[in-house]
Design a protein around this ligand. Sequence first.
Ligand SMILES: NC(=O)c1ccc[n+]([C@@H]2O[C@H](COP(=O)([O-])OP(=O)(O)OC[C@H]3O[C@@H](n4cnc5c(N)ncnc54)[C@H](O)[C@@H]3O)[C@@H](O)[C@H]2O)c1
Length: 366
Amino acid sequence: MGIGIAQVAATSGCEVFLYDANAAQTEKSVLNLQKTLDKLVGKEKISLEKSEEIFKRIKACSNLSDLKDCDLVIEAIIENKEIKTGVFKKLEDIVSEDCVIGSNTSSISITSLSAELTKPERFIGIHFFNPAPLMPLVEVIPGLLTDKNLPRQIYDLMGEWGKIPVIAKDVPGFIVNRIARPFYGEALRIVEENIATPEQVDDAVKTLGNFKMGPFELMDLIGIDINFSVTKTVYQDYFYDPKYKPSLLQQRMSEAKFLGRKTGKGFYDYSEGAEKPFPEKDEELYETIFQRIISMLINEAVEAKRLGIASDEDLELAIQKGVNYPKGLLAWGKEIGFDKISETLQNLYEEYQEERYRQSPLLKKM
Ligand SMILES: NC(=O)c1ccc[n+]([C@@H]2O[C@H](COP(=O)([O-])OP(=O)(O)OC[C@H]3O[C@@H](n4cnc5c(N)ncnc54)[C@H](O)[C@@H]3O)[C@@H](O)[C@H]2O)c1
């Protein structure tokens, strides 16, 4: 992620200092960036001159102390709280008093990271989506100790960098990784209970919901282990709220190293010559699958609205620009009818007698 963020900053004219504890990784990242820029020139997306300018603005560093003159440091190292805070402590001794420190963490509480700093008010979450140069969304996340003016400054900066920023509360999963959980979770449950096959679920949400990819295709792309790890973190950090309970099927897939495209096998087989199974179309089943998944997603968006995790506008933007959903979920709920969403969830609740299907108290008032 680091080199992608560096590319974004350098493209908008910033001088960037790139540091990785593993020098070989820095070298590899810089080489990859050169290849990316060459491709952009080849496709006439940028001029040769522009690509040289971008490349020159990124300086590979061998010491953390080379970051001493930076106004903003965006950390995108391994997702481990102790290692991250160790780096922040060293950084605070290196950078100026006014330097802002941001973290690209996907799942660690911003408040908990900032609390380890001498100057926690300078710390903020700046969460890019992968690949950072292509995905427009950036979640800007102030923690409880962040200076009140900082979110706006970072929001404006991200706009200058050509991104679509949204401001999110410091809650597990922030906006996107929280609201999108049922897209995977409900799909996994449908397959786990032999209600439908992965290809039927994917086909149902693509044909009835116009999603670009189905949940199983997307999990295979993201990496089943990565997706599982985000789900587990959100579940634990919400104090084991049954809504976010991870799936055993996903755990077994991870254990078997069926991790998706990267290992050649996930919910689908990516080995050479393997053919994707053709879904057995079933109108009634497809409608059930789609209503179940979309109702869970809309309920999650309504609950995020109720809790003020972001403004309505940012909730809608985040889901469209962070995970490419075809519509904002609040608008989608209005279109389907919130009473219908409520009825679907009520039926699921009665069938399963599980809190997983509890409705947001706001749903009935929408
Ligand atoms: N990959 C994604 O899709 C994605 C999306 C959004 C956010 N993030 C977040 O971005 C961060 C990085 O993710 P990634 O996928 O690029 O990870 P990665 O494992 O590919 O890269 C992490 C890099 O950090 C370096 N590193 C480890 N310890 C270090 C230290 N002490 N000092 C300096 N460098 C150190 C490693 O050498 C490695 O090159 C994580 O916090 C992750 O949660 C990742």
